[in-house]
Design a protein around this ligand. Structure first.
Ligand code: GLN
Length: 456
C-alpha cells in the first residue's frame, strides 16, 4: 500500500530520491513467512520505513542530495540501516534532503525541492524535508532523519509530524555521511510520539563502530510515553526559555505555544520561566563551528576515490589538482560552496583562535546556560520554529533569513542535549502546522517523551 501511494504521490512531492520496491517487498515477504512459521518477531517487524539519503545503504544509491555522489552505490550499510533490517523493517527507499544536510527547506537538494503535503507551494522544512513529507503524506509510517541544527525537528514542525533528536551519541552515526561531526545526530520521524519512541528504541544504543556512541543501554522511551499518557504532570517542572519566544515568532505560532503551556499547567506541571542569555550568540557560533567541521569532512570528495570526476574544459592532460577543482566546482551547489569557503577561512592559520576557538568558548557558555536552566526545570519548551512553512523560493536568495529558521533548534545541538518536536495545531493566519519543542538534559531523552505524551 505504501509503495502504491509513493507511486501515486511522489511525482508531485519529490519526497523520495530512490524507491527500493523489490527490496521492500522481499523483506515484507520474509517477515510474513517467519510470522506464519510462528517465529517471535521484533516489535516493528513488517513496518515499512523511509531512510534519509544521508545514511549508506548497501546496493542502493546514496547521494546526500548532492551531484557529487550521484550514482554512488555504498558497499556497506550504516549501523542504523543494519538495525532496521534486523528489526524486519522493509526499507521503502531514500528520501530527499538539502545537499549534505545544509539547509532548512530541502531546496538545496541537487535533485529538486520536496513539496509540503499541506501546501504544495511551500517547503517541507530541511534538511530532512523528504523524510518528514513522506511521513506527513502517509507515503511511509516512519522515517529516519539526521539533525545537526534542527533538520529532524523543524521539518517535523512544518509538516505536522513528530521528530526527535536524541542525545548526542545516543544513536550510531557509523555509515552516515558526516556534516558536522560534533553536532550530527540521527533520529526518528513519525506521526505519533509512540511511533517515534518505538523507532528510537530500534536504532538507539551503543555501537563500537562510532567512537562518539554512548556506552549505555537505550533509555526506556516507550515506557516513558506510556507513563506520560496519564496526563498527570504533578511534580514536573517545565521551563519556558525566555530567549526562544515572543519577538520574531509568528503570531499563530506563539498562540499555539501559549495554549500548549496552558495544557501543561492543567496537567499539573509547574511552569517556570528560565533565561539562557548566551543563546543570542548560538547562531553565530553554529555558523562558525558547522562550516569549519563541514569543510574538513567534505575534503574527502576529491574526485579521486569516489563521486563525480570531471576535467577542466580545454585541458588535455590535467593535473590532479585541476581535476579536483573542476570536479568540486561542478559537483557542489552554492550553499555547500559557501560553507566550505567560510569554514576553510575560519580554520586557517592566524584566524583559528579568533573564530573557531572563540565559537567553541561560546558553545561552552551555551551548555552552561542549559545546565543552569535544568536546575530550575526538568524539561524546557519553546516553539520549534519561528514561523510556519514558508513559500518555495522565498529565502533562497537570502541565506541569513534561511539560517534564522533554526534559531530555536540550534542550541540543543551545540550542547548535545535531546530535543523533540511535537505538532501543536495549526496557525490561525495560514492554517499551517506549528510545532512545540521539548528539550531535556543529556541522556534524559525519556523525559521529553513523557512530557510530549502528556501533550499529544
Ligand atoms: N538548517 C540547519 C543548517 O542548514 C540545520 C541542518 C541540519 O540539521 N542538518 O545548518
Amino acid at each position: 500500500a505504501h509503495l502504491d501511494r509513493i507511486a501515486a504521490l511522489n511525482p508531485v512531492l519529490n519526497a523520495f530520491l530512490q524507491v527500493d520496491t523489490d527490496g521492500a517487498l522481499a523483506t515484507a515477504a520474509d517477515v510474513d513467512s517467519r510470522r506464519a512459521a510462528g517465529e517471535d518477531l521484533p516489535r516493528l517487524a513488517g513496518v515499512p520505513i523511509a531512510v534519509k539519503d544521508i545514511a549508506c545503504t548497501q546496493g542502493i544509491p546514496t547521494t546526500a542530495g548532492s551531484k557529487t555522489l550521484e550514482g554512488w552505490i555504498p558497499p556497506y550499510d550504516a549501523t542504523i540501516v543494519t538495525r532496521l533490517k534486523d528489526a524486519g523493517m522493509p526499507i521503502l527507499g531514500k528520501t530527499n534532503m538539502d545537499e549534505f544536510a545544509m539547509g532548512s527547506s530541502t531546496e538545496h537538494s541537487a535533485f529538486g525541492p520536496t513539496r509540503n503535503p499541506w501546501d504544495l507551494d511551500r517547503i517541507p522544512g530541511g534538511s530532512g524535508g523528504g523524510s518528514s513529507a513522506a511521513v506527513a503524506a502517509f507515503l511511509a509510517p516512519l522515517a529516519i532523519g539526521s539533525d545537526t541544527g534542527g533538520s529532524i525537528r523543524q521539518p517535523g514542525a512544518v509538516t505536522g509530524t513528530v521528530g526527535a533528536k536524541p542525545t548526542y551519541g545516543g544513536v550510531s552515526r557509523y555509515g552516515v555521511i558526516a556534516l558536522a561531526s560534533s553536532l550530527d545526530q540521527i533520529g526518528p520521524c513519525a506521526r505519533t510520539i509512540t511511533d517515534a519512541a518505538l523507532l528510537h528504541e530500534v536504532i538507539g544504543g551503543h555501537d563500537p563502530m562510532d567512537s562518539t556512541s554512548i556506552d549505555a543501554p537505550v533509555p526506556h522511551l516507550v515506557a516513558a510515553v506510556e507513563s506520560g499518557k496519564s496526563r498527570d504532570l504533578t511534580g514536573t517542572r517545565i521551563g519556558i526559555v525566555r530567549e526562544l519566544t515572543g519577538e520574531g515568532y509568528q503570531a499563530g505560532v506563539q498562540a499555539r505555544f501559549d495554549e500548549s503551556v496552558e495544557l501543561l499547567r492543567q496537567a499539573g506541571a509547574e511552569i517556570v520561566e528560565v533565561s539562557c542569555p548566551h543563546f543570542q550568540y548560538a547562531m553565530a557560533a553554529y555558523y562558525l563551528i558547522l562550516p569549519s567541521e563541514a569543510s574538513s569532512n567534505l575534503a574527502r570528495y576529491d574526485a579521486m576515490r569516489y563521486g563525480l570526476r570531471v576535467g577542466p574544459d580545454g585541458v588535455d592532460a590535467p593535473s590532479a589538482e585541476q581535476v579536483m577543482a573542476a570536479s568540486r566546482d561542478a559537483g557542489f551547489g552554492d550553499e555547500v560552496k559557501r560553507r566550505i569557503i567560510l569554514g576553510t577561512y575560519a580554520l586557517s592559520s592566524g584566524y583559528y583562535d579568533a573564530y573557531y576557538g572563540q565559537a567553541q568558548k561560546v558553545r561552552t557558555l551555551i551548555a552552561r546556560d542549559f545546565e543552569a536552566a535544568f536546575e530550575q526545570a526538568d524539561v524546557l519548551i519553546s516553539p520549534t520554529a519561528p514561523t510556519t512553512a514558508f513559500k518555495i523560493g522565498d529565502k533562497m536568495e537570502d541565506p541569513m533569513a534561511m539560517y534564522l529558521n533554526d534559531i530555536a533548534t540550534i542550541p540543543a545541538n551545540l550542547a548535545g542535549i535531546p530535543g523533540l518536536s511535537l505538532p501543536s495545531g495549526v496557525a490561525d493566519e495560514d492554517g499551517l502546522p506549528v510545532g512545540i519543542q521539548i528539550l531535556a538534559p543529556a541522556t534524559q531523552d525519556q523525559r521529553m517523551y513523557a512530557v510530549g505524551a502528556a501533550l499529544e
